[in-house]
Ligand binder design. Structure first.
Ligand SMILES: NC(=O)CC[C@H](N)C(=O)O
Length: 302
């Protein structure tokens, strides 16, 4: 496995820095695009890593999977009245569909959907970001995970699009709490800094029927873990979900920090990271690395 990882890393390295670092969040614009890491964690607890796999980065939309998991633990099936389970086929921060569809977002992984999920967590926890931080530290086994307050503040300062979505949903009766409070929790969650190794470990419960071997807890049920994987497969890569399913064939979730997490059910959790993004906001080198991995190992779930 380590030899294969080295080969994939060398093959894909030339793509490092190709694309554009997210700059609509000004605090992210200064990240060095020439970084690239891969980590793979097996259900048996073996870790394989290469490149900048220990460097923490802004997890951004990857946090949407953790928020969904926390909400599922509490709300179970009831939550699906407020958020759908269909791919949107539109950019992650699109507003148009939301008005046509009466303030019910298509899925939990576009921004509007993640804001509804954050609203649910806001109703449930006294301090939703504290609950989230504690959760990711526990399931990754890394008590040092921190929030980048500069990124969180920068997102809040430039919050207008996300705020517009949240207020639209509020006008449709699909938002319980104060919009500004929920936005702050949502941005703080996006601003968590984790490395490829942290994320590969933290996501292992999705490869392992909902069970986390690090914290030794059943995070969610086996059925729920399957459902989260299905949502990642259909909606985890925004309007590139079809291409990703076609080329990689694994449930995946990306973030504009350049990270992508992928799940090989029953076997491995993977995280790749390189900050330069393609047009839809997915890491260029990251997508290429997962394509190469899937081709070499034949891991597709299809
Ligand atoms: N795709 C992403 O990673 C987007 C997350 C970012 N925090 C936003 O709300 O715009």
């Amino acid at each position: 496995m380590q030899a294969l990882l080295s080969k994939i890393f060398e093959d894909v390295k030339p793509l490092m820095g190709k694309g554009k670092v997210a700059d609509y969040i000004p605090a992210l614009a200064s990240v060095d695009p020439n970084q690239f890491g891969i980590a793979i964690f097996s259900n048996e607890g073996d870790l394989y890593q290469i490149g900048d796999a220990d460097t923490p980065f802004s997890i951004q939309s990857i946090s949407k999977v953790f928020s969904l998991t926390l909400a599922m633990k509490h709300y179970g099936k009831d939550m699906w009245q407020r958020v759908g389970r269909e791919p949107s086929g539109l950019p992650f921060n699109s507003l148009v569909q939301l008005e046509y569809e009466h303030g019910i977002p298509r899925n939990p992984f576009i921004n509007a959907g993640a804001l509804v999920i954050s609203d649910m967590n806001q109703s449930r926890f006294a301090s939703p970001h504290y609950a989230m931080s504690e959760f990711v530290r526990r399931i990754s086994g890394n008590p040092e995970i921190k929030t980048d307050l500069q990124v969180a503040d920068s997102e809040y300062e430039f919050r207008h699009r996300n705020a517009a979505m949240a207020y639209l949903m509020k006008s449709n009766g699909n938002f319980e709490n104060e919009v500004e409070d929920v936005l702050k929790s949502y941005f703080a969650n996006c601003a968590l800094r984790m490395s490829c190794v942290d994320l590969a470990k933290a996501f292992n419960f999705l490869a392992n029927k909902g069970y986390c071997t690090i914290s030794q807890e059943q995070v969610i049920s086996e059925e729920e873990a399957r459902q989260v994987n299905a949502l990642m497969a259909t909606s985890g890569m925004y309007d590139e979900a079809g291409h990703f399913a076609f080329q990689v064939g694994l449930p995946g979730k990306s973030g504009v920090g350049g990270g992508i997490v992928a799940i090989v059910p029953g076997r491995f959790s993977i995280c790749v990271w390189s900050p330069a993004l393609n047009k839809v906001g997915n890491s260029c080198a990251g997508v290429a690395a997962l394509e190469s991995m899937s081709k070499h190992i034949g891991w597709s779930v299809y």
